[in-house]
Design a protein around this ligand. Structure first.
Ligand code: ADP
Ligand code: MG
Length: 368
């Protein structure tokens, strides 16, 4: 069952409904055994892309290949692609055992083999004792594990999952993310996963494509997308971002450029890029900023660090992190996230503070 996953290749795949372009012509290649996620707001074309691969939504044009074989002529049930949906879609009138056995019975496998494979899958999803139950006798998380088992039992080389954790509450979702990763490692299939949850995608995926209005905005590893977002949309979709407008370039020295922003001068890496004509913005991740009392002396080298003054307008403690919102003259309030308390006392609204961050942590990206 731990057969290697297949290569999946989409070339110019497009789906139109009359005038609606649900999926713009899209190229995409998934490596064998890769865990690949599509993220993007509702209506951005994620389900349409998945449906095209599964065969439920035949594309208007374009080509879909699995290990070099064109899928166009194959109906969904002949594609050997497993599918998991948000609503589990278990057969309510069949036992758990028979739900998992279903794809094997369709393929007319011998009874002994069915028994072996279903038993093995129940162990893989760590529910060895529930085979005799009906789906309604399971919790949501358990039902989703059974749906995974049913999708993978016949050894498909590609697994498609459309927001499989969308119906579960937050704690269970995090637990299931881990389970799905483990499941993926065991079954070895190539996974194309859809979620609108950026953290979920970042935690699970080898690579991610960010979608918007039927097209892929940017594709890369979670880290690449976080560190080098292509535009404002991508910057805000994977992670949070503060934006500072570029008024003009003041000057350059070495790798750094000094930029006039409405909040004051800011240093950034220019990476050879042009800053001109107000077409760029500076993006600043809340977690790359540190914060200190205004009066505190800083030893930070001012050629490589930025410093802005402001006043705290909001301070929140959430599990594991502190979030401050700081009013800085000339710009929209700046969010700061600290994962450990580095100062002896918690800062509070009204406090005058200095925000510090490395010039290297200032991303310069095209304005929308
Ligand atoms: N059967 C259909 N007829 C007309 N428009 C559709 C149909 N299915 C999807 N769409 C449109 O295609 C776009 C993409 O939808 P979808 O792929 O379901 O988005 P997502 O899964 O990212 O939320 C949306 O604008 C949606 O309204
Ligand atoms: Mg969808």
């Amino acid at each position: 069952m731990t057969e290697q996953g297949a290569k999946l290749k989409l070339s110019g795949v497009e789906k139109r409904y009359g005038k609606v372009e649900a999926l713009r012509p899209t190229d995409l290649e998934l490596e064998r055994g890769e865990f690949f996620s599509l993220i993007g707001p509702s209506g951005s074309g994620k389900t349409t892309l998945l449906g095209a691969v599964a065969g439920f939504t035949p594309p208007t044009r374009g080509r879909i290949e699995v290990d070099g074989v064109d899928m166009a002529a194959l109906p969904p049930y002949k594609r050997e692609i497993g599918m998991v949906f948000q609503n589990y879609a278990l057969f309510p009138h069949l036992t758990v055992f028979e739900n998992i056995a279903f794809p094997l019975r369709l393929r007319k496998l011998p009874e002994s083999e069915i028994r072996n494979r279903v038993t093995q899958m129940l162990e893989t999803v760590r529910l060895p004792d529930v085979g005799g139950r009906m789906p309604t006798q399971l919790s949501g998380g358990q039902q989703q594990r059974i749906a995974l088992a049913r999708a993978a039992v016949y050894g498909p080389r590609i697994l498609l999952m459309d927001e499989p954790l969308g119906a579960l509450d937050k704690n269970l979702r995090e637990e299931m993310q881990f389970e799905i990763k483990e499941f993926h490692a065991k079954v070895g299939a190539t996974v194309l996963y859809v979620t609108h949850d950026q953290d979920e995608a970042a935690a699970m995926s080898d690579r991610i494509a960010i979608m918007r209005q039927g097209g892929i905005v940017q594709l890369g590893t979670p880290r690449e997308l976080y560190e080098h977002p292509r535009n404002e949309f991508a910057a805000c979709f994977l992670g949070n971002a503060n934006m500072l407008d570029v008024v003009r370039e003041i000057g350059r020295s070495g790798d750094y450029v000094e930029i006039e922003t409405p909040a004051g001068p800011v240093r950034a890496l220019h990476e050879g890029k042009d800053t001109g004509n107000g077409k760029q913005v500076l993006c600043l991740r809340p977690e790359s900023i540190s914060i200190e009392q205004e009066s505190a002396a800083t030893g930070a080298d001012s050629t490589q660090y930025n410093r802005l003054s402001g006043r705290i307008v909001d301070a929140t403690f959430t599990a594991g992190s502190f979030r401050y919102v700081v009013d800085v003259e000339g710009t929209t309030p700046i969010a700061v996230r600290l994962t450990s308390i580095r100062q002896s006392e918690m800062l509070k609204p009204g406090d005058r503070v200095a925000l510090l961050w490395a010039a290297d942590a200032t991303l310069m990206i095209p304005k929308e």
